[in-house]
Design a protein around this ligand. Structure first.
Ligand code: 1PR
Length: 583
């Protein structure tokens, strides 16, 4: 699911737009047999039969659909936005990238008359592609804050993945799909990985099995796509699934599939471990925005003039890593705690430019917090995040502010709902919110010597200490806080984080391998995905972290920037070691 912009009014804590309805209380029950539209007399489908290069996009005002727009444009098509229900009915091809939460989306569709037009359009078998929530809304109902009634075109109920037996939810990452029937647009994707990010799914049943064109396994088999005639909908994100995803979109958009290139048969069978390239970005002393890289968070050269290390241009490097096979790209604005990101237009521009050509997920972090500028204008963390999402981010990453929120939550035991973490995850969904932890190892002789959870370390400390706890820091590692990484991870999961980016200041830039003790500690403490970060120096470090911990992804920076170890070599090595990755 993607992100609603601040002006949408869809989320309950956002400023309502006069064009959009006030949200009614959700959770009401209804009769699933009730038709989705009561009167259709005043509407009729009247699309022109001529083929053109225009794609109609149903961006119902609840979210940023930049990445879908970018992918469509990249494939050479123009976009016409739906303004009124009749624009749906006159579409030659309609793409519906569902965004936000189920109930809010239905509210908007019902209020604007879009639901009725959508049902008519689909019932007339006009070319349609729903993405993610755009698939879920076609079903009868959703348990997301519900039950809430859907469009009711396909039998089935949208339910949450069950994490009670240790399944990491949200389901984030590249998973394999099993094709169950010919759909035209999914030809050749059997055995390939596509990108999913969701906490809710629909199960196949006797009632909907004729619709199902592919399934995916994650703890259980769920519907990953449906097809009937010209109607298609996918639970995954083609616009974020690299070349495979673009080929799916191309097949839908081109009536003649002869123009699409045949893909080599893949061997994907399950959720792949992700390899993420990270770009620490900041302005150097000359005022240029550069990718830099520190040693234990110190990014200055300490030779000659103490300059900030310059390892390249953010947009170029991100594009290169996409081509090299990175499963995600992360940008961390490492002076975000100091600067105000909305004043940092070049960083927003980096996201906008990158998202035009990079079709894997983009995460951005740094400076996501409430802020009052020099003119006294107050910006909420939600506004900052919204601007990042609007500029092309798929996920935002919160560092310092999440530490303060966790400290307060642990101290009071109360979820105020006011922290940046809670607000952003409520509006955009947990899957869009990463918490970045910057811990430092603190050795102790015995667990009794620490207030926080310790681990028995694999390598004893300088004075032979056998235990350590991991102290959280803020402001780029400059300030240690009275909270351990274990306590923080558990607290931020409860507050709504969808994923943890786990750095380690001691290992950062050292090339000696990930901190396995720390990664085991945190990945066993939470049920959300954990990204292992800091210290990769060789391909073997990646297989080690995946074999010894349950991390879902491994992130590296220095070895990729310095071209010491290409991403392809990492993946080839992981495959040789029997670890599934996207190739
Ligand atoms: O606190 O919300 O403003 O967020 C600031 C963000 O910037 C945090 O995510 C924090 O981790 C990051 N950050 C702040 N200062 C630095 C620094 O390096 N001086 N970078 C920094 C953190 C760590 C990783 C790095 C890995 C892999 N960098 O992102 O990329 O350690 O490196 P390696 O493979 O070379 O070992 P807020």
């Amino acid at each position: 699911m993607e992100a609603p912009p601040l002006s949408s009014g869809v989320a309950s804590n956002l400023r309502p737009s006069p064009l959009l309805p006030r949200l009614s209380p959700i959770g009401r029950l209804w009769n699933p047999r009730e038709p989705c539209s009561k009167s259709k007399k005043h509407l009729s489908v009247h699309a022109s039969l001529s083929q053109d290069s225009t794609v109609t996009l149903l961006d119902y005002g609840a979210g940023n659909v930049r990445s879908v727009r970018n992918a469509i444009r990249y494939l050479g098509f123009d976009i016409k936005d739906v303004q009124k229900p009749k624009d749906i009915l006159s579409a030659n091809r309609l793409v519906f990238p569902g965004v936000g939460a189920f109930a809010a989306a239905m509210e908007v569709l019902n209020h604007n008359g879009m639901a009725e037009a959508l049902c008519m359009y689909i019932e007339k078998d006009r070319p349609f592609l729903g993405i993610c929530l755009g698939l879920q809304l076609l079903f009868e109902s959703s348990e997301e804050n519900g039950p809430v009634k859907g469009l009711g075109l396909v039998p089935g109920v949208v339910g949450r993945f069950d994490s009670s037996s240790g399944l990491r939810v949200p389901h984030i990452g590249w998973n394999a799909v099993q094709i169950t029937k010919d759909s035209g647009i999914l030809d050749d994707i059997e055995g390939q990985h596509v990108y999913f990010v969701h906490s809710y799914r629909v199960l196949s049943s006797d009632a909907n099995k004729d619709w199902v064109s592919s399934t995916c396994n994650y703890g259980e088999s769920f519907i990953s796509s449906i097809t009937r005639g010209n109607i298609h909908a996918v639970q995954f994100h083609p616009e974020k699934s690299g070349d495979i995803g673009l080929s799916i979109l191309r097949r839908f958009l081109n009536t003649s599939s002869s123009k699409t290139k045949k893909l080599a048969c893949g061997k994907a069978s399950k959720l792949a471990k992700r390899v993420i390239a990270c770009l620490d970005v900041r302005t150097n002393d000359k005022g240029d925005l550069v990718v830099t890289k520190g040693d234990q968070y110190d990014v200055r050269e300490h030779r000659d003039r103490d300059e900030v290390r310059n390892l390249g241009k953010p947009v170029e490097l991100a594009g290169q890593y996409y081509k090299d096979g990175a499963d995600e790209v992360s940008f961390l604005n490492i002076t975000g705690f100091r600067d105000f990101p909305l004043g940092d237009l070049p960083m927003l521009q980096v996201l906008r430019c990158t998202s035009e050509n990079v079709f894997v997920p983009l995460t951005v972090g740094g400076g996501i917090r409430d802020f009052t500028d020099g003119n006294g204008r107050h910006y909420s963390s939600l506004e900052v995040a919204s601007e990042y999402f609007r500029s092309g981010a798929d996920k935002i990453s919160i560092g310092s502010d999440a530490v303060f929120a966790a400290e307060e939550y642990i101290r009071t035991g109360v979820k105020t709902g006011k922290s940046s973490l809670e607000q952003i995850s409520r509006v955009y969904g947990n899957q869009a919110v990463v918490v970045s932890i910057d811990p430092r190892r603190m050795y102790v002789r015995s667990p009794d010597d620490a207030e926080f959870k310790t681990v028995k370390v694999t390598t004893p400390g300088p004075l032979g200490e056998e235990y350590a706890w991991y102290q959280c820091t803020v402001n780029g590692g400059r300030e240690g806080r009275p909270i351990g990484a274990y306590e923080l991870a558990k607290a931020v999961e409860e507050l709504g984080a969808g994923e943890i980016l786990l750095n380690c200041i001691d290992c950062d830039g050292q090339g000696q391998g990930f901190d396995i003790d720390l990664i085991k500690l945190i990945s066993e403490a939470v049920t959300i995905p954990v990204i292992a970060s800091s210290g990769a120096g060789a391909v073997e470090h990646f297989s080690e972290v995946f074999k010894k911990t349950s991390a879902s992804a491994a992130l590296a920076a220095g070895i990729f920037h310095r071209k010491e170890v290409p991403i392809l070599s990492v993946k080839e090595h992981l495959l040789r070691e029997g670890i599934e990755v996207r190739t």
